[in-house]
Design a protein around this ligand. Structure first.
Ligand SMILES: *Cc1c(COP(=O)(O)O)cnc(C)c1O
Length: 498
């Protein structure tokens, strides 16, 4: 590939660096400034093309290990090509083609990640400047950007401004941090959760060494929300057995159905029983920014810990999660380390935050920049509007399904998730339908397991998705049951939950 082909696109001030000095910068391995610009411009065009064309290729694609190894594997390259463009192209065509495209408007599987362009710019900037967000001394600027976006998230979803937070790699890490702080603050004891809590909650408890007797599963009601009565009974029974109830793990939007646990009642109960209320809002919490969810999300502001993933419903590319702890100082009590070699990089003044002391990561990239730039570029109002669009899309899906007797809505549209079955179709048919849809390339949806049977599930949080995308995806699924189910291969795995 000709690395000079983009030269006409160069900015007129290309020879001037950001400080106005002649730019003679080199990368550590000798790339010239001109090459760095050309490669960079090439990449910008490739990424913008991706934004323009993402919906013209499959929402999810996969290849065999052999094929991918053949294209991307091979021995350690001893001699470099000194031209990254062919290899960038190769990565685009192989590595990046063969994955789930969480930003594709018809990617409805699991939880999509409809990232926005301003966020991509922020991420690039952070990477390009090798921005670190570890200590105040080593990054006061990035620390304030992090504090600012954490405050903005808190304001957006309506949790107290005194709440302290930290950005994480995602929900799993946020949950591990939250539950670690919970145990540190409250002491060991029983944690309560339902089968609908995301699996990373149970995993975090096990990582933290909670014995099985201290992990108590509470039944959910018919709407997949934690049953308060069952929880109360379990707490009482555990106390009678000499156990110590400590933590209630609630969901503000379960991954399966979008169910929101009864947060207000849980907050009341946790207060009267002196329990820690942990709310997993990894995907769902941003909906608390909408007036229509005020009631359902009421109680979120009383959580002792809250997890929210901006790489899901705040339109960020991977990875960025966040965790908030209501008790000031609790994060630092759990995670501060002060070895002699960090003495110079330890803050002493009020307002100077060492984010490394709020998390498990020491060297950390500045994940805050992309979210900061997103809020500043588009504004909170547009973000709320985009969240509301996703909520309405699932309602449209529900209406389309209800219009046809052959579909049965299992859980209605909640927080942009709807689940459903086809009358007369088997568990295996439903799972094969999800598989077939992805393989066909038009759209991607998930199957999941509810009330002892497999169902189909759409998660519709992408602002670029249209009503037609939804309608046509459901038509494709109908086509599977009408024409393909008999001929498509059976699944080799059996149909029990994994
Ligand atoms: C996605 C999700 C998680 C896990 O978050 P990651 O960022 O994938 O680690 C946890 N809880 C819920 C409710 C989720 O939807």
């Amino acid at each position: 590939m000709d690395s000079n082909s983009d030269s006409v696109d160069r900015a007129p001030d290309q020879k001037v660096g950001p400080l106005g000095r002649a730019s003679d910068s080199r990368d550590p391995f000798g790339a010239s400034s001109a090459d760095m610009r050309d490669w960079g411009y090439w990449l910008v065009r490739a990424v913008v093309s991706h934004f323009e064309e993402v919906d013209t290729s499959p929402a999810i694609a996969s290849a065999t290990p052999e094929k991918l190894e053949e294209a991307l594997g091979g021995p350690l390259p001893e001699v470099g090509s000194h031209d990254p463009l062919p290899d960038l192209q190769l990565l685009i065509e192989t590595a990046l083609r063969n994955m789930q495209h969480g930003d594709h408007p018809r990617y409805f599987a699991r939880v999509p990640s409809p990232s926005s362009y301003a966020a991509v710019l922020g991420d690039w900037l952070s990477t390009g400047f090798n921005a670190i967000a570890s200590s105040w001394a080593g990054g006061s600027g990035t620390a304030v950007v992090e504090s600012t976006v954490l405050r903005w998230i808190a304001e957006l979803v309506g949790i107290p401004s005194s709440t302290e937070g930290v950005l994480t790699s995602g929900g799993s890490m946020g949950i591990l941090i939250a539950l670690s702080v919970a145990r540190n603050e409250k002491g060991p004891g029983v944690a309560y959760l339902t089968s609908q809590a995301h699996a990373s909650n149970g995993r975090a408890l096990r990582i933290l060494g909670f014995p099985e007797k201290d992990i108590h599963q509470i039944p959910h009601d018919e709407t997949f929300r934690m049953s308060i009565q069952e929880l109360k009974a379990a707490i009482e029974a555990d106390r009678m057995r000499g156990l110590t109830p400590r933590i209630v793990i609630a969901s503000a939007g379960t991954t399966n159905t979008g169910a929101i646990d009864p947060l207000q009642e849980l907050a009341e109960l946790c207060q009267s029983e002196d329990l820690w209320l942990h709310v997993d809002g990894a995907y769902g919490a941003p909906a608390a920014s909408l007036d229509r969810f005020r009631n359902l999300m009421c109680g979120l502001d009383r959580a002792h810990s809250l997890v929210l993933d901006p790489h899901k419903w705040l339109f960020q590319p991977y990875d960025i999660g966040s965790v908030f702890i209501s008790t000031p100082g609790a994060l630092a009590r759990s995670f501060t380390m002060s070895p002699e070699y960090l003495a110079d990089a330890t803050s002493h003044r009020l307002g100077e935050i060492d984010y490394r002391d709020r998390t498990i990561e020491l060297s950390r990239r500045a994940r805050s920049l992309k979210l900061w730039l997103t809020f500043r570029t588009y504004g909170a109002d547009a973000i709320r509007e985009a969240i509301g669009h996703g909520v309405r899309l699932a309602e449209h899906a529900e209406a389309v399904l209800n219009d046809d007797q052959r579909w049965h809505v299992v859980t209605p549209a909640q927080l942009a998730i709807v689940t459903f079955t086809r009358h007369g179709a088997s568990d295996d048919d439903h799972r094969r339908c999800a598989e077939w849809l992805s393989a066909e390339g038009f759209a991607a949806a998930s199957s999941t397991h509810l009330n002892d049977r497999w169902v189909l599930r759409l998660c519709t949080i992408n602002p670029r998705t249209t009503d037609d995308d939804i309608t046509e995806t459901i038509q494709q699924m109908a086509k599977f049951f009408d024409e393909q189910a008999a001929v498509a291969p059976r699944l080799s795995t059996d149909s029990r939950p994994l």
